[in-house]
Design a protein around this ligand. Structure first.
Ligand SMILES: Cc1cc2nc3c(=O)[nH]c(=O)nc-3n(C[C@H](O)[C@H](O)[C@H](O)COP(=O)(O)OP(=O)(O)OC[C@H]3O[C@@H](n4cnc5c(N)ncnc54)[C@H](O)[C@@H]3O)c2cc1C
Length: 444
């Protein structure tokens, strides 16, 4: 069994991650404190320049945040990391707008620099950077409204981010304030870290995946629109993951193709063969054909990732709450508990639209005989004669299903609306938020 990680170790890692993040964000602005300095400048001008440098720091670290380095992200959970990435994009936008506005306040004549036909190159780069940041944020916010395909968005997002970084660096170097002398080299080296990070994401990682391929060995239908695929490593030891974690997979295409998708492991960790199962619901372009891949299809895997695991949240009792295909990581944890003969009391509240959507219910019923596991099924559209719970997961239902609500560590997975509803209900019941852990099946 993979060893369980203590809370203290996670806290230490989390604190270290935050310290490294702050150091990287503040590295450019620290150039303002080191010799050679710019003499005799007003506070507001210096403040405006400082905001510009912090913006560059945030824009650069956005690459690191999206780089999916498992060990760096382990303490936070992927949804929290991407949430932070999105929030920091707004902070960067606010800073790149405030930076020139304050400079215009100090020297109103500088407004002329907005005329890109007459302005010097440093100002042109600045205007292009501001437009670029505003554009990339707007497209990401309204991706669905403008019906931009996810893959196309992802490709343009990476390219756009790189362009913005280069433009911001050119602006900073061209302006030459606090970037002359040795600082030029320091600043170029700093920008190169982020270009290198993007290279690692787009080239380094896919190359590593290419050297460690997997094959789909089995495709099983679980319900009319849910399929389980079994993956086995092809010529290497395979993956070591914790129950409940997820990975990004590319199936039947090159790992360079930008068509990878995140799925949770639904099997328990396979310590012997390094393989795994993923259970996937048909939803859009990629998943709607998931049942059609023939056994033998090559696959590439980036992972494992995620903090949604009983290994991380050790507890005396677990309450698992699943909505629809959100059962997958929970199934991995319950299967793992069964294999280890884990005596920990567990309850599972499992909601789905109809009976046929309760995938794994047969196996779960069987496991409930072997484990200290109580299951409550909830159906929105129950069949005739259904004697289980009906509707959606409410606070009343949770009170009925879970005896002493404060005695549990909660692991909740499903569509965002269900997670929000359960979080609200548990909050109203007075459950401490620290006991709630989520996996949202949505990133952008
Ligand atoms: C951590 C995590 C674990 C997940 N585990 C499972 C699981 O075990 N089983 C399961 O059925 N689903 C799971 N999902 C959801 C699954 O990733 C999406 O349903 C799938 O990527 C949709 O792809 P599509 O092209 O079929 O759908 P589309 O219609 O193209 O996309 C629907 C939505 O899914 C998201 N999405 C699409 N492509 C990607 C992508 N490449 N990367 C990230 N998000 C994308 C976007 O928000 C998009 O708007 C998980 C998601 C996350 C974030």
């Amino acid at each position: 069994m993979a060893h369980r990680i203590g809370r203290q170790a996670y806290r230490r890692r989390a604190a270290l991650g935050i310290a490294v993040y702050l150091a990287l964000v503040l590295a450019p602005v620290s150039l303002m404190l080191l010799s050679p300095l710019e003499p005799g400048r007003e506070f507001l001008r210096e403040f405006a320049v400082a905001l510009g440098f912090v913006a560059v720091g945030i824009l650069g670290t956005q690459f690191a945040i999206s780089a999916r380095v498992g060990r760096l992200k382990a303490p936070y959970g992927i949804d929290a990391v991407y949430y932070f990435h999105r929030r920091m994009a707004f902070v960067a936008l606010a800073l790149v707008l405030t930076h020139p506005i304050l400079l215009f306040v100090v020297t109103p004549d500088r407004v002329e620099l907005l005329n890109v036909i007459t302005a010097p190159w440093s100002a042109r780069y600045a205007v292009a950077t501001v437009l670029g940041v505003a554009g990339i944020v707007a497209i990401s916010v309204w991706r669905r409204e403008v019906r931009l395909r996810y893959e196309l968005w992802r490709f343009s997002h990476g390219l756009g981010a790189l362009t913005i970084l280069v433009l911001a660096a050119l602006h900073t170097l061209n302006t030459g304030v606090y970037t002359s002398d040795w600082k030029t080299h320091a600043f170029v080296a700093y920008a190169a870290i982020w270009v290198g990070t993007l290279g690692y994401i787009r080239v380094g990682k896919p190359l590593r995946q290419l050297r460690n391929p997997y094959r789909v060995t089995e495709v099983r239908q679980e319900s009319p629109d849910v399929w389980t695929l079994t993956f086995r490593p092809d010529g290497h030891p395979g993956i070591r993951f914790r129950p409940g974690q997820h990975a990004w997979v590319t199936i039947g295409r090159s790992p360079f193709s930008l068509t990878e998708h995140p799925f949770s492991f639904s099997s328990s960790p396979d310590r012997e063969h390094g393989g795994f199962d993923m259970t996937i619901k048909e939803l859009g372009d990629f998943t709607s054909k998931i049942g059609e891949y023939p056994p033998g299809t090559m696959a590439y895997v980036d992972g494992p990732f995620g903090a949604f695991t009983t290994d991380r949240h050790t507890a005396d009792r677990y309450a698992f709450i699943a909505g629809g295909v959100g059962i997958t990581p929970i199934m991995s944890m319950i299967r793992d508990a069964a294999e280890r003969g884990d005596p920990t009391p567990m309850v599972l509240v499992y909601g789905a639209a109809a009976k046929q959507d309760l995938v794994f219910s047969g196996e779960l019923d069987e496991l409930s005989q072997r484990l200290d596991l109580e299951i409550t099924y909830v159906l929105e559209n129950p069949p005739e004669g259904w004697d289980g719970e009906v509707g959606v997961i409410t606070d009343d239902l949770l009170k009925r299903a879970i005896d002493d609500v404060d005695a549990y560590e909660y692991l909740i997975c499903g569509p965002p609306a269900m997670i929000d509803g359960v979080e609200r209900a548990l909050g109203e019941m007075g459950v401490d938020r620290k006991l709630l852990h989520y996996e949202r099946f949505e990133i952008a």
